[in-house]
Design a protein around this ligand. Structure first.
Ligand code: FAD
Length: 437
């Protein structure tokens, strides 16, 4: 199944790695995908074992579905896609009760004003700055909108994010969900690819004549490598590069840290459990300084589940402590649904993205001033012998499966074009001292 002398090594079998391997196959290039974990899909991971129904630990939605490369692929596989926005009952909880329709209209107007203000600020010609500096602050709903758009959606507070990158990577609907989850879709898209599981790469030697990846699995050599592991893994030194990566690549990795989004997924089939309709989503308003509400999604596809979403700094604070995550989610549920309903929720599954050394967080954001970091990281090294791909590398669909997929294809076009020839150009010359040179 595995070619003995592959043209390209792909490191990681998440969406970027799967897309790269598929693209290499269509271009007639041989490859091996080396995946450190025991499953494919990476941060697109759906399992049914823990609660008896499919739970997306990572990605759940195909955002901006009309431009999303995974939408037509899913349709071609016959996967049923549901427009979540068309079926969901959106609820807002404020002042200890559900918001009135007038309050909901005011909240929607605050969201519109937020985006108008952010887009104008990003286009005003001034240098990059934290997105929080541009966000409206004085209206009664502004703190709730900022919390929602920052910590809950981008997995990091607006104060930690580049205004320009935040505006450039903002997404729209439609937001599609699938019965078997995005992990289920990723697994189907990976079928038949030459993926070697439990092959964690510890070291990559790279240079003008090729690449060698080494780990407990052994050593594999190829003409080029496409590295798709998260920037969290790269920043933590999960792979040693020999020679070390250029300074601007290293700076880009550190300027694209992963935020954190933790899901606390409860079974909700007890008669006393909160009685939200299928597909409903619920946000609680920020009521005071330092209030960081979780958000909820209920009964996707009619399944008896209620899932709390906790993003940003609060998610990092509860990381590694599932009992605390459960307690905090139950306290949130108590505040909204009452103690009896909260107590009726079953034992939850708590996602573990921060703790897992193969990920070290959820998805990337650019820090203030680093609006060009994604393009820098996506720059091929050694004339295309070493390419980075993954969600962090995509300047438009960053942080999503769409960005991961598109960046994997782009890297495959660069790495897959490599023949047995020396690269040219200043970045290539800088690598000529490498072991493989
Ligand atoms: C909680 C959460 C919710 C999300 N929600 C959405 C959503 O609704 N919609 C959306 O579009 N996106 C969402 N995302 C983001 C989306 O899941 C990611 O952007 C995307 O899956 C990243 O794909 P990737 O291929 O870039 O990286 P990954 O999926 O991280 O793939 C990299 C692979 O490399 C492997 N690896 C790591 N280290 C090594 C090593 N040393 N050697 C070999 N292999 C290694 C990993 O095991 C992994 O399989 C969410 C993510 C999370 C965590």
């Amino acid at each position: 199944m595995f070619p003995s002398d592959p043209d390209v090594l792909v490191i990681g079998a998440g969406c970027a790695g799967i897309a790269a391997a598929r693209e290499l196959a269509t271009r007639g290039r041989s490859c091996i995908v080396l995946e450190g974990g025991t499953r494919v899909g990476g941060r697109a991971y759906t399992e049914s074992a823990s609660l008896g129904v499919p739970i997306d630990h990572g990605a759940s939605w195909l955002h901006q579905a009309d431009d999303n490369p995974l939408t037509p692929l899913a349709r071609a596989l016959g996967v049923t896609l549901i427009d979540h926005d068309a079926v969901r009952d959106r609820r807002l909880f404020a002042h200890g009760r559900y918001a009135t329709s007038e309050e909901r209209r005011a909240f929607a107007a605050a969201e519109d004003n937020f985006w108008t203000t952010i887009e104008a600020a990003a286009a005003d010609g001034r240098p990059d700055r934290p997105a929080s500096e541009a966000a409206p602050r004085d209206g009664p709903w502004d703190a709730t909108v900022a919390h929602w758009e920052g910590a809950q959606i981008c997995a990091a507070e607006l104060s930690h994010m580049s205004l320009h990158d935040f505006a450039a990577t903002a997404l729209d609907g439609p937001n599609l969900v699938t019965r078997d989850g995005i992990g289920g879709l990723a697994s189907r898209l990976a079928e038949g690819l030459p993926i070697r599981l439990a092959a964690r790469v510890d070291r990559i030697q790279w240079g003008a004549r090729g690449v060698t990846a080494t780990g407990a699995f052994g050593t594999v050599t190829a003409k080029a490598a496409i590295v798709t592991v998260s920037t969290g893994v790269l920043a933590a030194g999960g792979i040693t590069f020999d020679p070390p990566l250029p300074a601007d690549t290293q700076a880009a990795i550190h300027a694209l840290p992963l935020g954190l989004l933790t899901k606390i997924a409860f079974r909700a089939d007890h008669p006393d459990a909160p009685d939200l309709p299928p597909f409903a989503s619920l946000r609680r308003a920020v009521e005071r300084a330092a209030d960081r509400p979780m958000a909820w999604i209920s009964r996707l596809f009619g399944d008896p589940t209620l899932i709390a979403f906790c993003g940003g700094a609060r998610a990092w604070e509860i990381a590694g402590d599932p009992a605390r995550a459960e307690a905090e989610a139950r306290a949130e549920a108590t505040a909204i649904f009452g103690a009896r309903a909260a107590a009726a929720l079953g034992r939850p599954t708590v996602t573990q993205w921060a703790e897992d050394p193969l990920f070290r967080g959820a998805y990337s954001h650019a820090v203030p001033g680093a609006q060009a970091a994604r393009q820098t990281l996506a720059q091929p090294l050694a004339g295309g012998r070493l390419c980075f791909a993954g969600e962090a590398c995509h300047p438009r669909f960053a942080a999503t499966v769409a960005g991961a997929w598109l960046s994997g294809i782009a890297a495959a076009r660069q790495g897959g074009a490599i023949q047995a020839r020396a690269p040219t150009g200043p970045r290539a010359v800088a690598t000529m001292t490498g072991v493989m040179a």
